[in-house]
Design a protein around this ligand. Sequence first.
Ligand SMILES: Cc1cc2nc3c(=O)[nH]c(=O)nc-3n(C[C@H](O)[C@H](O)[C@H](O)COP(=O)(O)OP(=O)(O)OC[C@H]3O[C@@H](n4cnc5c(N)ncnc54)[C@H](O)[C@@H]3O)c2cc1C
Length: 382
Amino acid sequence: MEDSIYNTEEHQIFRETFRKFVAKEITPHVPEWEEAQAVPRSIWRRLGEEGFLCPWLPEEYGGLGLGFEYSVIINEELLRGNAFGVEVPLHSDVATPYVFSFARPEIKARWLPGCTTGEVVMAIGLTEPNAGSDLAAIRTRAVKDGDSYVINGQKTFITNGYFADLIVVAAKTDPAAGHRGISLILVDKDAPGFQRGRKLSKMGYHMQDTAELFFEDCRVPVANLLGEEGQGFKYMMAKLQQERLEVSIKCQTLAEEALKEALAYAKVREAFGKPIGNFQYNAFRLADMATEVQLGRTFLDSLIREHLQGQNVVQKVSMAKYWLGEMVNRIAYQAVQIHGGYGYMEEYRVCKLYRDVRCLSIFAGTSEIMKLIISRGLGLSA
Ligand SMILES: Cc1cc2nc3c(=O)[nH]c(=O)nc-3n(C[C@H](O)[C@H](O)[C@H](O)COP(=O)(O)OP(=O)(O)OC[C@H]3O[C@@H](n4cnc5c(N)ncnc54)[C@H](O)[C@@H]3O)c2cc1C
């Protein structure tokens, strides 16, 4: 990363400032927030006050007009500070960009400033109980009625779902048209007929308020439609590059963290009279891990650079999401193994890392779906 275009002096100052913020205001609270399965609203406000939410938004909406590289830094430093689950990246770099790119001017003026201050937390609702990978099969329905859309349906596994103030919802406006009948509509938390279900209890990623959402004759203004009716699938495809890059950054950073933990432990834990890292089996295992992690970093940095340059790297980002999502799971598994029984104990960070990374090969498109995209890009009809 030393030579990367997101490592200038300004970037370093920003990184240092944000790192200190995380160390002071987030990391000490992680156990408590994991227990609550949520982060308090107050931290969103603090993040907003310091300019750490949607820093890429133009100043007219309260942003700083910064590039995506600042989002990369925020994503990385949250994870290094043990804050996987404080879903600023989902808010800033996945959900809010839909509003910025596709909402009507009056809707942007109403909601975007709150996205930078932390008064508005965003989520994106695509997945349903019966449709995840196959988004064309969603059943949530939006029917135009005068000046409103009336929405009926259900979403599940929604990140930031329990506390979100504004949700980008995928719904069918023309069920007969398959994926061409999907539209994206903004639903705000006070819309009549909108209800949240359970905060879902998960294997890891505990601070995250992942939730179910219900829409029962839920009425929202027609102006909440993003872009045009029936174009939702196209808009989602347009935004997937950044979404999957965002998750790839998570994979790589957490792999680096797991390797760091394993290496440090292997140097101090002794068995049979010497540090366990000095047994050739473990030394070679760590050498393998370090090689995979370095390959990941090199590939990821090249993609971040190409994304910043505005290139279309959908195919390569699918490869990264697939490979890094699997790689981080391999690294976390080996890192626990190197810790022996201590790796299974909650008081060791590697235990949380192992649980947390499991979702990375699943959300934002599973490894299998990534392979489908990659093979189609190769001209195969898998
Ligand atoms: C922690 C977490 C947070 C999430 N956050 C969000 C969110 O904020 N918003 C949102 O909308 N969704 C979210 N999701 C949902 C996530 O995107 C879906 O779980 C994911 O896309 C997979 O869908 P599914 O769970 O329905 O699995 P399914 O689609 O049922 O897939 C089950 C298995 O079959 C495989 N499979 C499916 N189709 C094929 C195929 N054609 N070829 C080969 N294999 C196939 C899959 O790869 C998988 O292994 C989240 C999920 C989790 C776990």
